[in-house]
Write a protein that binds this ligand. Structure first.
Ligand SMILES: [Zn+2]
Length: 531
């Protein structure tokens, strides 16, 4: 198919910009929001007048607001690099460069780790395929700082999962707890480890190439074909999906998360980067879309980057998969849900339902999957818990103050305490060598931060029969871990800061706002009644 037909006429800058604004937000945007959008989407072909105009507007902005906004949108690293293109690193506050370089360090570490895993598994003839932004960071020659990674996503065929598990454990990986329900839902096994440098590494080993259930066709069979079609990446043992499969995967990933209230800048950028850096056979791609009946989802996933970045999606491709007329009114809604806070006041589940209705091409799949998902998830009654805790609060002051949960240590293993309705929990783990405590999501599905309590052979180590106390301050949102009469570790959730006596490991960059875990007695405030 002819790829000369570009969706947007790049010569008409004003019209293009107007379309971006219309598509993504019809409400009022602050000056900082507008600036962020313009600079993030700045094309290399943009004229010098336009750049000059952007430069001039920067100095009238509130830099702190811009910083916070970029963090919220999860675009700080890429945005920082774009700012440096406009002004030079030396002319913008140093935190932008620090953040960008920290992301580059993390992406390099993750890329080396993917290569290590691929090499170790290749000994057993197992192919490791880097997915999504991992494949982009590994295979395309882009600035690593502009490829922020919060975890590693790799694909390994289902039949090889067990062998892979053994090898991964030898490489120091641990299974993330309570992962059985999650792995069923997304077709992946979550692992984590802490590198000798103290950096957290989160790893998701997928056995299904596509983590969505709203498409037609056998996912297992599709995955096998995709593994077969995968290609080597020069300079590493890890592989990449074929260009069409990779685009298919990223487009579906983009559509899957479209209902989230978080803006999808980076997901749209992934789609853009794949189209710009690989030769796509659009006929092959369209066949994939049609076979699996995901026309509408793919349409929006391609339309958004075409508008944002001027991605070269042939007009015939968009025309071929455009939604039918009965969906048009709902499409307006999807457009506004796709981006920048425009549906802030509507409940997430409501948006999710509408977006899902529009995305599915086959109504039978909608019904079947709704039943399956209700059956699987056994709906968590978050609203109920929230309401209940609010009512309890009204009648009792007691629950707002410090609560202590005692646990008797009875040997190696993991010990969990989840704080109902708060969204958080902690897991203490003694792996017979070392002791760690992790701050997790309330269901234990995701590690937010982790602290080392003791090393093997440490005299302060907790022993069998010792009392371990988890302290929870619901008002301050603070967790303390206490044993041997002393608070050993603290997670200050409200300030996103953690403290421990060992100062190890390094903070998890995607959660923690500070650069280290070093102990500070001031962290004890709020726990005076205990310590
Ligand atoms: Zn960069």
């Amino acid at each position: 198919m002819d790829s000369e037909l570009v969706f947007f006429d790049k010569t008409s800058k004003t019209r293009e910009l107007l379309a971006k604004m219309m598509f993504f937000n019809r409400g009022k945007q602050s000056r900082e929001e507008q600036f962020l959008l313009k600079v993030f989407c700045l094309s290399t072909e943009a004229g010098s007048d336009y750049r000059e105009q952007l430069r001039n507007s920067f100095f009238a902005l509130d830099e702190e607001r811009l910083w916070q906004l970029s963090l919220e949108c999860k675009v700080t690293a890429v945005f920082a690099h774009r700012l440096s293109d406009l002004f030079g690193w030396e002319n913008i506050p140093p935190r932008w460069k620090e953040f960008h370089d920290q992301m580059a360090g993390l992406a390099n570490l993750y890329c080396e780790e993917i290569d290590l895993i691929a090499r170790e598994l290749s000994i057993y003839g197992i192919k490791v395929i880097a997915l999504k932004n991992d494949s982009i960071a590994l295979a395309f020659h882009l600035c690593r700082g502009c490829c922020p990674m919060s975890d590693i996503d790799i694909l390994i065929e289902h039949a090889n999962q067990q062998q892979a598990d053994t090898v991964l454990k030898k490489l120091g990986y641990k299974h993330t707890w309570d992962s059985s329900t999650i792995s069923d839902m997304v077709g992946a096994n979550p692992y984590h480890k802490i590198a000798p440098s103290g950096r957290f590494i989160f790893l998701d080993v997928h056995w299904e190439a596509i983590g969505v259930r709203w498409m037609k066709g056998d996912l297992g069979e599709l995955t096998s074909k995709m593994v077969e079609r995968s290609l080597p990446i020069p300079g590493t043992t890890a592989r990449i999906l074929s260009p069409e499969d990779n685009l298919f995967q990223v487009v579906l990933h983009n559509a899957k998360h479209a209902y989230r209230l978080k803006p999808g800048f980076m997901r749209n950028l992934d789609v853009h980067r794949i189209i710009e850096n690989q030769e796509i056979n659009w006929t092959v791609f369209l066949n994939l879309i049609r076979t699996h009946k995901i026309n509408t989802g793919a349409y929006f996933s391609l339309l958004a980057p075409a508008i944002l970045f001027g991605t070269r999606v042939p007009a015939e491709v968009l025309g071929a998969i455009a939604p039918p007329s009965w969906k048009k009114p709902l499409c307006q809604f999807v457009r506004s849900a796709w981006f920048l806070n425009s549906n802030k006041n509507k409940p997430r589940s409501f948006i999710f339902r509408i977006v899902r209705m529009v995305m599915y091409d086959d109504i039978k799949i909608v019904i079947r999957n709704s039943i399956i998902s209700v059956w699987r998830k056994r709906r968590r009654w978050r609203v109920f818990f929230l309401l209940r805790s609010k009512i309890v609060d009204l009648f009792s002051k007691r629950t707002r103050s410090l609560a202590t949960f005692p646990i008797v240590f009875h040997g190696s293993g993991s010990y969990k305490k989840f704080f109902e309705g708060s969204g958080y929990g902690v897991i203490f783990e003694d792996d017979s060598q070392e002791g760690y405590v992790y701050l997790t999501k309330e269901d234990g599905s995701k590690i937010l931060d982790g602290l080392k309590l003791y090393y093997h052979g440490d005299a302060e180590k907790i022993s069998e029969g010792d009392l371990l106390e988890i302290l929870w301050h619901p008002e301050l949102k603070k967790v303390g871990v206490r044993y041997h009469g002393k608070i050993q570790a603290i997670f200050d959730i409200a300030n996103r800061k953690s403290y421990c006596r060992t100062g190890f490991p390094l903070p998890n960059a995607s959660w923690c706002k500070f650069k280290n875990h070093l102990w500070d007695d001031s962290a004890l405030s709020g726990f005076e009644a205990i310590n």
